[in-house]
Design a protein around this ligand. Structure first.
Ligand code: DQA
Length: 150
């Protein structure tokens, strides 16, 4: 059974409260349930992790080495600043996919750069919760094609 680590960065725990016009009115608990169901439907074991701290996210990525088959990551604001998260993803070499709830390409110019995205196979942005489902399906398909024993 494939095991996916799903990482959500800073302020994603504030979903529902934070800028609902951009991020919607559903809270982080609903996002957790949504991701959990997407994975279980696909026969994937989900491990959900959220942190507001860059180093904690780096530690969690490192801890996934030899454990998780894939990583789905919404680095949130660290998307636009974190070479450390980029380097952690490169270090463990676990296939990763980036997700953003909002369409980062259509917002402020500082949101157009993604450091962790440089170590990801693909990015899904602007699809809300559905982006996580797309990411899970994409990773599963990628792993089945590239790792026949999966
Ligand atoms: C976000 C987009 C980021 O620019 C922002 O800092 C976030 C959330 C998204 O999911 O749309 O916190 O990653």
């Amino acid at each position: 059974m494939l095991k996916f680590l799903i990482i959500n960065g800073p302020n994603i725990n504030m979903l529902g409260l934070r800028e609902p016009d951009i991020y919607g009115t559903e809270n982080y608990r609903s996002l957790q349930q949504f991701i959990y169901h997407c994975c279980v439907q696909e026969d994937i074991e989900p491990v959900l992790y959220q942190s507001n701290h860059e180093g904690a996210i780096v530690d969690r990525i490192q801890a996934a080495y030899g454990d998780a088959d894939g990583i789905v990551i919404n680095p949130a604001a660290y998307t636009h600043t974190s070479v450390a998260i980029l380097d952690a993803l490169k270090a463990v070499r676990i296939p990763a996919v980036e997700v953003h709830l909002s369409d980062v390409s259509a917002r402020e110019s500082f949101r157009r750069i993604s450091y962790p995205g440089m170590a990801c196979l693909k990015t899904f942005a602007g699809l809300g919760f559905e982006g996580y489902r797309e990411a899970v399906l994409f990773l599963k398909d990628y792993l089945e094609k590239n790792n026949p024993s999966a």
